[in-house]
Write a protein that binds this ligand. Structure first.
Ligand SMILES: [Ca+2]
Length: 289
C-alpha cells in the first residue's frame, strides 16, 4: 500500500466537503487503497492572542446527525470531557448512518507536537479518494474493523487548557485542537506533495474531493490544481505559490463571497495547507510544520 504523503485541510465546511464528494454511482471498493499518514499540529511560538473557542451554546441547539464511538486510551477525565465536546460539535455537523469510530490515545509525542489525526485508510469512492468515514457512509456499513479515525494527543505538553471558556494566555485550548484534528479524520485533507521538484495532488491516481476544489488564484475561474499535469514543475510551483485557494459555493457563502486562501506549509516535507479561516478559529499559537 502506498502512503498519503501530504494532506491539506479545509475549514468548518464539513457539509460542503461531503456534498462535494461524487454521488454514489457504485459502491466503494471492498478493499482500501492506501494507508494515510496522520496529520500533526505543532505548537507555535508564544502568542498574546487568546484562543477562539467554538460556541458550545450554539452547538447545543442542534441535534446530532452522526454518532461517534470513541475509544479513549490514557485520557484524564478533564481531557476526555474536552475531547467529547469536540466530538459533539462534529456529530452535529456531519450526517451519516454509520457510527464513526475513533481511537484516541494520550501519549508522549515529539517536541512541539500537540496532536495528530487521520483516517486508517483511503478508499476509491467512484474515482475520488475518500476516507473511512465517508466510504462507510456511502456503503452504509463499516467497511473495515480498524478505527475510522486514529488520533493522538501529547501527554508531555504542559500548556493545555481543558476548560470551556477562553484559554488563558499562554495556554492551548484542547477542545480547539481536537476539533481541528478530527477534521482531518473526517475528510478535510488533500494530497498535495512535491517530490524531486515535481508536484502532485493525487495518490494511486486519485484526488480527494478537497483537491478538486483547490485553485491557483482567488476567483471561481482560477485554474484548478487537479487539472494541471501530475508530477510536474507547474504543479510544484502552484503548490508553493502562496496563491492557492479552496473554492466552492459553500465556502464562498461562509466566507463573504470569497474563496478561502491557503498557505504553503513546507509541502516538500509532506505537510498540510491550512486555510486562513481555519487558522482564525484554531488556537492562535498553533501552526503546521
Ligand atoms: Ca472502520
Amino acid at each position: 500500500m502506498s502512503t498519503l504523503r501530504t494532506l491539506t485541510v479545509a475549514g468548518a465546511t464539513a457539509a460542503g466537503l461531503l456534498a462535494a464528494v461524487a454521488p454514489v454511482s457504485a459502491a466503494p471498493a471492498p478493499k482500501p487503497i492506501s494507508t494515510p499518514t496522520a496529520v500533526a499540529v505543532y505548537a507555535g511560538p508564544a502568542s498574546t492572542r487568546q484562543t477562539v473557542v467554538l460556541d458550545p451554546t450554539a452547538d447545543s441547539k442542534a441535534a446530532p446527525t452522526a454518532k461517534f464511538v470513541v475509544t479513549y486510551v490514557g485520557f484524564s477525565t478533564t481531557a476526555k470531557a474536552a475531547f467529547q465536546r469536540a466530538v459533539n460539535t462534529w456529530a452535529k455537523t456531519l450526517t451519516t448512518s454509520v457510527p464513526i469510530t475513533v481511537k484516541a490515545t494520550w501519549e508522549p509525542l515529539g517536541t512541539g507536537i500537540l496532536g495528530s489525526a487521520g483516517p486508517s485508510y483511503g478508499w476509491n469512492c467512484s474515482g475520488l479518494m475518500c476516507i473511512d468515514a465517508i466510504a462507510n457512509k456511502k456503503a452504509g456499513k463499516n467497511l473495515d474493523p480498524s478505527p475510522d479515525i486514529v488520533a493522538r494527543f501529547s501527554s508531555n505538553f504542559s500548556n493545555w487548557w481543558f476548560g470551556t471558556g477562553p484559554a488563558p494566555k499562554g495556554k492551548y485550548d484542547f477542545h480547539s485542537v481536537v476539533t481541528h484534528e478530527l477534521g482531518h479524520g473526517v475528510g478535510f485533507l488533500g494530497l498535495g506533495s512535491i517530490t524531486g521538484g515535481l508536484g502532485s495532488v493525487q495518490l494511486s491516481g486519485l484526488n480527494t474531493a478537497y483537491d478538486r476544489a483547490t485553485r491557483l488564484g482567488p476567483t471561481s475561474t482560477s485554474a484548478l490544481l487537479w487539472k494541471m499535469p501530475n508530477n510536474s514543475t507547474t504543479l510544484a510551483k502552484a503548490l508553493t505559490s502562496n496563491n492557492v485557494y479552496f473554492d466552492s459555493a459553500k465556502v464562498r457563502a461562509a466566507n463573504g463571497a470569497k474563496s478561502a486562501a491557503l498557505r504553503p506549509q513546507h509541502l516538500a516535507a509532506g505537510q498540510q495547507l491550512l486555510p486562513t479561516s481555519t487558522r482564525r478559529s484554531s488556537p492562535p499559537a498553533t501552526r503546521t510544520p
